[in-house]
Write a protein that binds this ligand. Structure first.
Ligand SMILES: [Fe+2]
Length: 276
């Protein structure tokens, strides 16, 4: 099965040289660990066009509409069973199934080379439904714990500067120093606790210095990137709601203890916010 496969759309000028799709794919989405000039490459994400059928998107959105008022928190983060059922519906579609198999195979190959390990685990499914009331979920720069991130846009917010777009930072990290990974994770966790105005200003300043790609998603397409090495965050949403299904594959197992600690603190914070 063939896919129309392109690299990500660049919304902010980077002034970077054009490269062939194959070269960009090898050096950026799945970077080799000893490439010295990674920051010069502009495309960090692959776009697979017209994979998810419109009727399936309608069905998924209708299910969300019918259940969303009962969710706690209302952004869908805890609706893991529903997220997994949406992913299973997608896998019944031959195009999606073939695409997922293909990118999983590439991610495993990258892991064998870059991480020197064969990783295989169950995918993690996350639903993310963000509107204007969820500003605290924006500008949260982070690296994923998983090697492969598949992003499936379900519904877009109203277009504009604050529409919840995904932003990828161009400079990718090396993952071979465990202590540095742990310190980075702890710093980013601290940054997530800053007030919105401070955090957004900090991240915007960093964006303008380091360079980034703002990914303009289209429902029906599937977006694939290596979240383990690519720092990323979402913009806030001013009007409407942005819905996304995210499938993470292959937990790299870095800084496991820190991750569980931070997740526990985050869950506690959610519960307190709900109670009070
Ligand atoms: Fe992420």
């Amino acid at each position: 099965m063939r896919f129309k496969r392109t690299n990500g759309m660049v919304a902010r000028a980077t002034g970077l040289p054009e490269r062939s799709n194959h070269e960009a794919l090898c050096l950026t989405v799945w970077p080799t660990m000893n490439v010295k000039d990674q920051a010069r490459h502009s495309s960090l994400i692959e776009v697979f066009e017209d994979v998810v059928p419109a009727p399936l998107l309608l069905t998924i959105n209708a299910t969300i509409d019918a259940t969303q008022s009962d969710w706690q928190p209302a952004d869908g983060r805890r609706e893991a069973v529903m997220a997994r059922s949406f992913a299973e519906q997608l896998r019944e579609n031959a195009r999606f199934y073939a695409l997922e198999s293909q990118v999983c195979s590439e991610a495993r190959q990258w892991s064998e080379t870059a991480l020197k390990r064969d990783i295989s685990d169950m995918p993690l499914h996350v639903l993310r439904c963000v509107g204007p009331a969820a500003a605290k979920q924006s500008y949260l720069r982070h690296f994923d714990s998983h090697v492969l991130t598949m992003l499936i846009p379900l519904r877009l917010a109203e277009q504009g500067e604050s529409n919840g777009d995904l932003v990828l930072h161009i400079r990718q990290r090396a993952v071979k120093w465990a202590l540095l990974n742990l310190l980075t994770k702890m710093y980013l966790f601290f940054e997530h606790g800053l007030p919105f105005f401070l955090r957004s200003a900090l991240v915007a300043r960093s964006q303008s210095i380091e360079g980034c790609e703002r990914i303009q998603c289209i429902p029906g397409n599937v977006y694939v990137f290596n979240g383990l090495v690519t720092l990323h965050h979402n913009l806030d949403v001013a009007v409407g709601e942005r819905r996304t299904l995210i499938i993470h594959h292959y937990d790299a197992g870095l800084s496991v203890g820190a991750r569980y600690l931070m997740r526990s603190v985050r869950n506690l914070r959610d519960r307190l916010a709900w109670i009070y």
